[in-house]
Design a binder for this molecule. Structure first.
Ligand code: AHM
Ligand code: MG
Length: 357
């Protein structure tokens, strides 16, 4: 068959797809080079997380048209923060999706004081999913980017009090971590300890398709991302850093109010994100187990660095499920620059203490 201009019509396979369509489940199995039960579990877990992401993305894209999707519920969560309707919806999406997984025995999230048990899964499913269902929820009502953050850990011990005491371990114990960014497109970024990979949701297929493999952070980037409105509440070291970037060429500030969005920019383009301790919250705002630690796991997999100041973030052991920690995360050189100001101030303070004696 010929087209009107007589060019033969090519109905070849090449025209059916823009790229080699690697789906998430196939990618997990390929990375583990195995069809063993652990690989099957991780693949099934990632597929379930992707399903939660699709459901949340679907509601977000129509939130302005749907009754009861936007605004606050009127409740205050365990963190003392006003709860948004989308926070509750997304929290319940993860529960519903994992109830049917057979794999996850327990879920712990920003929106629930205690871990949520799925007893019917516990005899077979020894995994715990930790998650922030909607990160950056102040952006929901104004149609800006938000995210979901997740981390998977093996359940250790029996947790008889059902408080999640066995979860109070460092971030190296994570088996997998990642996030879903709900922006102009929905992007899922994950790692199972074999590099960092991004998948973009093709809404017409309803599938996350591999869009970037083995993401590596530049060792330095121009962006510093921090809420400078809190400057008066910071330690002097962070103010030193801010003065430095104000006075040197080559730096630019970006801050969206959603950690996932700000982190995604830095993952792709380099730079540093900081949420330091403040006078009001000496450990900062971000929660270790389901916000900072999963991103720290990703950043290290991508060749970057995450710190709480003078200690690697992944070494920190939380003292309770909703523990917070300062976060300095991003390119190796930029995190080191922030740390150099912290170390200088700490040395000065030590010298002053010695002189006082
Ligand atoms: P949330 O999970 O309750 O939305 O809180 C976390 C968010 C982060 O996404 C963001 O980086 C930070 O809070 C913004 O806080 P602030 O408004 O204090 O700068
Ligand atoms: Mg959050």
């Amino acid at each position: 068959m010929n087209t009107p201009d007589s060019t033969p019509l090519q109905l070849s396979y090449d025209f059916a797809l823009d790229r080699d369509c690697t789906t998430l489940s196939r990618h997990v199995l390929a990375q583990l080079q195995s069809f063993g039960s652990d690989a099957q579990d991780l693949s099934a877990l990632m597929t379930r997380i992707a399903l939660a992401g699709k459901l949340i993305a679907r509601r977000l894209t129509r939130a302005g048209l749907v009754e009861g999707a936007l605004g606050f519920t009127g409740d205050i969560n365990v963190q003392g923060e006003a709860v948004k309707r989308m926070d509750i919806y997304a929290n319940e999406v993860f529960i519903a999706v994992f109830k049917q997984s057979g794999l996850v025995c327990r879920l712990a999230s920003e929106e629930m004081e205690k871990p949520y048990y799925i007893p019917e899964n516990c005899p077979i499913g020894r995994y715990t999913l930790l998650y922030d269902p909607i990160d950056g929820s102040s952006n929901v009502d104004i149609n800006l980017n938000v995210g979901s953050i997740f981390s998977i850990r093996q359940q250790l011990g029996d947790d008889p009090e059902q408080t999640g005491a066995d979860l109070l371990q460092d971030g190296h114990q994570q088996l997998a971590a990642g996030y879903i960014l709900y922006g102009p497109s929905t992007v899922l970024v994950y790692s199972i300890g074999k590099g960092v990979h991004a998948f973009t949701l093709d809404p017409s297929l309803g599938e996350f398709i591999l869009s970037a493999e083995d993401i590596t952070l530049p060792s330095h980037g121009p962006v510093y991302s921090v809420n400078e409105g809190n400057l008066w509440q910071w330690d002097e070291a962070l103010r030193d850093f801010t003065r430095y970037v104000h006075r040197h060429e080559g730096y630019t500030a970006r801050y969206s109010g959603a950690l996932v969005g700000d982190f995604h920019r830095i993952l792709l383009q380099g730079g540093v994100f900081i949420y330091p301790g403040t006078l009001k919250d000496p450990k900062g705002k971000l929660r270790l187990l389901y916000e900072s630690a999963p991103l720290a796991y990703l950043v290290e997999q991508a060749g970057g660095k995450a710190s709480v100041g003078q200690q690697p973030l992944l070494d920190v052991i939380p003292d309770h499920l909703h523990a917070r920690s300062p976060l300095i995360i991003g390119s190796v050189e930029d995190v080191a620059l922030v740390q150099s100001f912290i170390e200088d101030r700490s040395r000065q303070a030590q010298e002053e203490r010695l002189l006082e004696k």
